[in-house]
Design a protein around this ligand. Sequence first.
Ligand code: ZN
Length: 196
Amino acid sequence: MKFLHCFCVVDSSLRILWVGGDWDDFALRNGGTSILANDVLATRLTDYITDNATAGTVQQMVAAVIDTQGSLRMDYRCDGPEELRRFRLTIKPMKDGRVIMVHELRDAIRLDPPMGAWSFDPAAQSRKCSVCGLVHAPDGPWIDPTLPGVRHPPLVRYTVCPSCITRIELAIAGILDGAEAGEVGELILKAGFSRT
Ligand SMILES: [Zn+2]
């Protein structure tokens, strides 16, 4: 895997001022053919987020970092149908009310067999957490689609699941309270995967 880390600098309105690292590779890997580095400058980060819950969460985290001049760290999943991928996002304050957001790949595990492929549909009944990657069919539990015997819903809309909302709120409360860095609790990596 080529992608190791990428970063972007945003202001308090989430306007993108700079991107760097392996941004293009990151965007292409996540299906973002239209959001290559040259195209995103001066646009807003929230232009690329399809749901209010995720956009609101990012906005809250950036605002807390600007307010407190502390840092936030959050592990998240950004899986593909054939690969479970764990990333760490670190948001650090910069001068003049700006922050730098760094995404680092922590772990990539080949899924055998792969999950079913899925697409985004704003009208989908099933939801997928944009932070931990768990999926939720109507009336079902939040469940990890990489577990054996679980089928990934073919159409999903994105949101933030209740347990991620709680973890992020606690981390934000931590830095607002004066902790040096707000740590969003680590995602549990389920056992039973073979590493590539
Ligand atoms: Zn979640």
